[in-house]
Design a protein around this ligand. Structure first.
Ligand SMILES: N[C@@H](CCC(=O)NCCCC(=O)O)C(=O)O
Length: 265
């Protein structure tokens, strides 16, 4: 099957970046594994969206994009964004990124532009739609420790950490198949209350929400708490998620000059 639209180009997908402050000026950074998952597994053309402190003009972006990918990041969404009180991690925020991604997520869903979120991206999607986060899920008694292991080599950090219970009849279950599925785990925060339009698609054995979608979204709008982009090669449920997103982006594709729909044939 061709990965190109009927006008011969690949769908254009915006990939969110973090704002990293250096000694003299800031950089806008996204891990190559996220961009590669877009180009090699989803089969789309990725373009990086900067986290400018003044924001980006969302409509100008979305007029051109066929999809949006909210990436993972070690930083945490500022609790002020979800009425979460004082921050437990005041040095680990990226307010410029929050300023871009939350508006971008709402606008993409409203315009029927396919959206995929990973880890921080899943937390952003929930907050963008009125949900809240646990600031430190590991302090909750009786649960798993979902944080990244620090005592092992890099690739081991992304090895499966727990099973995933998919919601029967849900959107992710339809994409992923019956399982069983195992996923990695590298997060300190987690979804606490789902936003009014946010639906759980899967949970960890301790009940932590591992995947969400937007109930009435006109297009693909899915986010997962684990990291499907690593390790590589991307296989199983992880591959299925990126491929489903790529397919949705092709279905939503617009002509670069006219804005007319040119979905894949
Ligand atoms: N800060 C949040 C989100 C965790 C997350 O997205 N981690 C990414 C790790 C680096 C990477 O692999 O890109 C949390 O801790 O809950």
């Amino acid at each position: 099957m061709s990965r190109r639209t009927s006008s011969g180009r690949l769908p254009l997908v915006g990939v969110t970046a973090c704002r990293i402050m250096g000694e003299h000026n800031a950089s806008h950074r996204v891990g190559e594994k996220y961009v590669t998952a877009m180009s090699e597994v989803a089969g789309v053309c990725p373009v990086i969206i900067p986290a400018l402190p003044g924001g980006v003009e969302i409509d100008s972006l979305l007029d051109r994009l066929d999809g949006v990918f909210l990436t993972g990041s070690p930083s945490n969404v500022e609790p002020a964004r979800y009425d979460g009180g004082d921050s437990a991690t005041p040095d680990e925020h990226d307010p410029a990124r929050d300023g871009v991604t939350l508006d971008l997520a709402r606008a993409a869903v409203a315009r029927g532009i396919p959206l995929l979120g990973v880890c921080r991206g899943a937390q952003e999607l929930n907050v963008a739609f009125g949900g809240t986060l646990h600031q430190e899920i590991h302090t909750k008694t009786g649960g798993l420790d979902h944080r990244m292991r620090r005592d092992v080599p890099y690739d081991w950090k992304y090895r499966p950490a727990h099973s995933l219970e998919l919601v029967a009849g849900g959107r992710l279950a339809a994409i992923a198949g019956p399982g069983p599925h195992l996923v990695n785990s590298l997060h300190g925060q987690a979804i606490e209350r789902l936003g009014p339009r946010v639906v759980a698609e899967g949970r960890a054995p301790d009940g932590v929400v591992e995947a969400i979608s937007i109930a009435d979204a006109p297009a693909f709008a899915l986010a997962v708490q684990w990291h499907p982009e690593w390790p590589r090669p991307v296989e199983g449920i992880n591959r299925a998620i990126f491929e489903a997103f790529g397919k949705a982006a092709r279905a939503a594709a617009k002509d670069a000059r006219t804005g007319v729909d040119v979905a894949a044939e």
